[in-house]
Design a protein around this ligand. Sequence first.
Ligand code: FES
Ligand code: FES
Length: 232
Amino acid sequence: MPLPPDNSDDARVQRDGSAPDDAGPRLSRRAFIKSAGAAAAVAGLLGVKSPPAPPAAAPAANPPLAGAAERLGPGAETFTLRVNGASRVVTAEPRVTLLGALRDHLGLTGTKLVCDRGACGACTVHLDGAPVTACMILAIDARGHEITTIEGLGAPDRLDAVQRAFVAADALQCGFCTPGMAMAVSAAIRLNPDPSPDEIKRAVAGNICRCGTYPHVLRAALAAAQASRGRG
Ligand code: FES
Ligand code: FES
């Protein structure tokens, strides 16, 4: 019995050796599938393994990033501050300001709390020699820095040049601004041992005195600078 005509691409290729459009021999879709299946079977018989699938992306391992933020709090942290040349251990919540740590944790009440918002200069201390308002710095951010307070300039029995000059010039009334003033003057004189009156005024421009002792503060600052230069 004659077989029905095979009109598939394979049959036509096999029958006349050319593609229907006479564009030359080509591999039909069916022939390709057949040959691919055969190749897979041979590969299986020979034990050839398919290339392994690329490994699934590993979950992020949370590697520490350089400069990543330190995780602190909200509870108290114990850390060390360098204050007036000594290492002092403080246990305080990270929200505590340097002013709070100095006064409430270390008992250094010479640094005054007045505005608590960086506007009056009463809380001025030195951080690595530079004047800063301690109410605007977190204590924990002062780690690794040298902090100097008014107690670090000199004690009552051994006042430094600035403290002596303030006493001699009567540069205070209520005294609340005085430690901050003295710290600002001290930093200015260290930076410039021979300041002009205008330079002194600029140095204490951020220190507010409600009692109006500015002329006496200026006189004290110039005298302290002169004494520090060894001409007093
Ligand atoms: S208390 Fe810090 S600036 Fe006034
Ligand atoms: S001496 Fe009173 S605020 Fe300055």
